[in-house]
Design a protein. Structure first.
Length: 426
């Protein structure tokens, strides 16, 4: 059927109707977040999730559905503790930063505030060999500086370990990263960074003037293992040799079911694939280009799943080397806020996409980032000079309060917004 003959009103009615009336969101949410649960890349749960996703893609009638195995440079931790040995080993809340190296140290505690240049300079050699206590948030009314830069500053000043104070309250702590996503691989030789709760951090600040001894212990290991991407495809009707990729990661951080991050994006990929396969089967209408629907593992470990896929299929060493996709659309944390539009990494598709968004008459906008965003799975595509985009969910306005359970146990199944996810799919 030619483009001129397509009845877009009827097509939209079918797509939205199937996205809502035929929705399988609750089924997938139950299996991924409740039954399988946390899906740390390379774990048995990661493998189970990949097998489930592939099976559902096959059942939906896609032209192909596969699992691609790749080697993952992984990490895990055992017992973690912070205590005050001169106060009856008083326990302090503790959670390691992701990929934190193992450590077992007892040293003086030094409160370095926000770890700003003037604060670190003021302590001089007192920081060397100490456990540095610092806020994760940057110093107010100064040029905002990422926490990673302050970690480097404290490490260069000789800190033996860093305790970072969680910004969330109520004893909650989320897994955080101790290096920039632009850095590939774990920082095995970096200073150990361990988080404590806002409340325990406040207590440590109150007693830090007496330079008490503090003990920090982290059991952790680095290892190689297999992890699992899934890739399904609907072949295009007119240009099947060219393709787009709609993708999101199915892995989570340790201990978190990931209702929002990123069961929401995973199901967004699965449901969009199902609806488009139904359009082909029931209405005989296929996209002009082929569309690949992928879910990545290892996103929470430096985007390793997406990076492995890009290298295997599009990189200079790929054999055979495929034509690059015309666009990668990344779905991550879709329940953070309602759909506002599309954000591009490169500008040249801006007017083309805005023109098509305008036909929906929903006020959706296409914007272009002023800088490269390296914090999700679109970035390995950008590194290979492939057009990539993210959905505009929450930045600047419209962030949901339920999204504040990022990277913690509380990011459970109930943090996925079913109604809004149906809108994303449609």
């Amino acid at each position: 059927m030619s483009t001129q003959e397509l009845n877009w009103y009827e097509i939209d009615r079918f797509l939205m109707g199937e996205a809502w009336a035929g929705s399988q969101i609750t089924k997938h949410l139950t299996e991924l977040a409740d039954v399988i649960g946390p899906r740390w890349g390379g774990s048995d749960e990661d493998r189970r999730a990949a097998k489930y996703i592939r099976s559902e893609m096959e059942s939906a009638g896609l032209d192909r559905a596969e699992i691609e195995v790749f080697n993952l440079d992984s990490w895990n931790h055992g017992n973690v503790s912070i205590s005050l040995p001169d106060d009856g080993d008083r326990p302090i809340g503790a959670l390691p930063f992701l990929r934190c190296k193992p450590t077992d140290i007892t040293a003086p505690l030094v409160d370095v505030g926000h770890g700003s240049p003037h604060e670190v300079s003021a302590f001089g050699d007192q920081i060397r060999g100490s456990v540095a206590l610092t806020y994760i948030a940057p110093e107010p009314f100064t040029t905002a500086e990422p926490f990673t830069a302050r970690i480097v500053r404290l490490s260069e000043a000789g800190a033996a370990c860093i305790i970072a104070i969680e910004s969330k309250t109520g004893g909650r702590m989320e897994y955080s990263n101790s290096d920039e996503w632009l850095n590939v691989g774990p920082q095995k030789d970096a200073v150990a960074v361990v988080k404590t709760s806002s409340e325990d951090g406040a207590y440590l600040r109150r007693i830090a003037g007496g330079t008490p001894r503090i003990a920090v212990s982290v059991e952790a290991e680095y290892f190689n293992t297999e992890a699992y991407n899934t890739v399904a495809e609907i072949e295009g009707a007119t240009n099947p040799e060219r393709h787009l990729i709609l993708a999101g990661h199915h892995d989570t951080v340790l201990k978190a079911p990931g209702g929002n991050d990123n069961t929401s994006g995973t199901i967004g990929v699965m449901e969009t694939a199902r609806v488009m396969a139904a359009l082909a089967a029931q209405q005989g209408i296929r996209p002009g280009l082929s569309i690949r629907f992928a879910t990545w593992s290892g996103e929470e470990q430096h985007l390793q799943g997406a990076r492995a896929y890009v290298a295997r299929h599009y990189g200079s060493a790929a054999s055979p080397r495929e034509d690059k996709p015309l666009l990668n659309i990344n779905l991550d944390e879709l329940s953070t806020g309602h759909m506002k539009g599309i954000v591009l990494m490169f500008p040249h598709l801006r007017h083309f996409i805005q023109k098509h968004l305008d036909t929906m008459n929903d006020g959706l906008r296409c914007h272009v980032l002023a800088h490269m965003d390296a914090h999700s799975d679109h970035f390995p595509f950008v590194e290979e000079a492939i057009d990539a985009s993210i959905t505009w969910r929450w930045r600047f306005w419209g962030r949901h309060e339920t999204a504040n359970f990022h990277h913690e146990i509380g990011d459970a199944a109930n943090k996925l917004n079913v109604r809004e996810l149906k809108e994303y799919v449609g």
